[in-house]
Write a protein of this length. Structure first.
Length: 241
């Protein structure tokens, strides 16, 4: 699918989630995957703030990206952490020229093969609820069009989250974000079960969860919960094509 068509399709899918029952994990996983597919980046991940303001890992385009995002939280440093705290984008930053800005995070990112980073806030009307991390394995800037498209996708995802039931009620939002973080735990448990049962890697396990969710029009968290509860066997999940 051409780049422009893919971005438009993603915007439509994100907007389509403005319904009573939607899965925040699904929205942000879609955001991560489509950034890699449509933009000049090699990996993407999303950190979302809990009701108490602590950043939590929510979604990523790969297992290695998940590990890197979790490291940011543990080390309490990195582009996503800074972007969330300031509410401003970090764009076209070369990791080799970060001048000691993130002494713990930068070596770990370079070990993973990444050379440049971009972090964009999930922000609406002065409220920042998280950040989108984009990594490239090559030096050099990401094009202005790609940066604008990434921020546009992040903005629509933010609106989808905040507009749940067309309400900005603080209690409802806090409950929603809390549920998203709880869902992430269930998904990680399901990935572990699938990996052990089918002898595949964590990326393949998550891919099968996603494929089954999409093919059967079921929420990602619902499929993961069924795996954890034992009502759906890992071997019965749809296989990756």
């Amino acid at each position: 699918m051409p780049r422009e068509s893919l971005i438009i399709s993603t915007l439509v899918e994100l907007a389509d989630n403005l319904v009573d029952h939607f899965d925040v994990i699904d929205i942000l996983t879609l955001l991560s995957d489509r950034c890699v597919e449509a933009l000049d980046v090699d990996a993407a991940g999303v950190l979302l703030a809990s009701p108490g303001g602590e950043l939590q890992f929510v979604a990523s385009s790969s297992e290695s990206m998940r590990v890197l995002e979790l490291f940011q939280i543990q080390a309490n440093e990195g582009p996503c952490v800074d972007c969330y705290r300031s509410g401003t984008p970090i764009v076209n930053l070369s990791l080799s020229e970060s001048n000691g800005r993130w002494p713990l995070f930068t070596p770990r990112a370079l070990e993973q093969g990444f050379r440049s980073v971009h972090s964009l806030p999930l922000r609406l009307r002065g409220r920042t609820i998280g950040a989108l991390n984009l990594f490239r394995t090559l030096q050099g800037p990401m094009g202005d069009d790609d940066v604008a498209a990434a921020q546009g996708l992040a903005d629509v995802a933010t609106i989808a989250i905040l507009q749940h039931r067309a309400s900005f009620d603080a209690n409802a939002l806090n409950e929603q974000l809390d549920n998203a973080l709880t869902s992430r735990v269930v998904i990680e448990q399901a990935k572990g079960i699938i990996t052990e049962s089918t002898h595949c890697g964590m990326d393949q396990a998550f891919g099968r969860l996603r494929a089954h969710s999409r093919n059967h029009n079921e929420g990602l968290t619902g499929v993961a919960s069924a795996i954890v509860a034992g009502t759906l066997s890992a071997n019965d999940l749809d296989k990756l094509k």
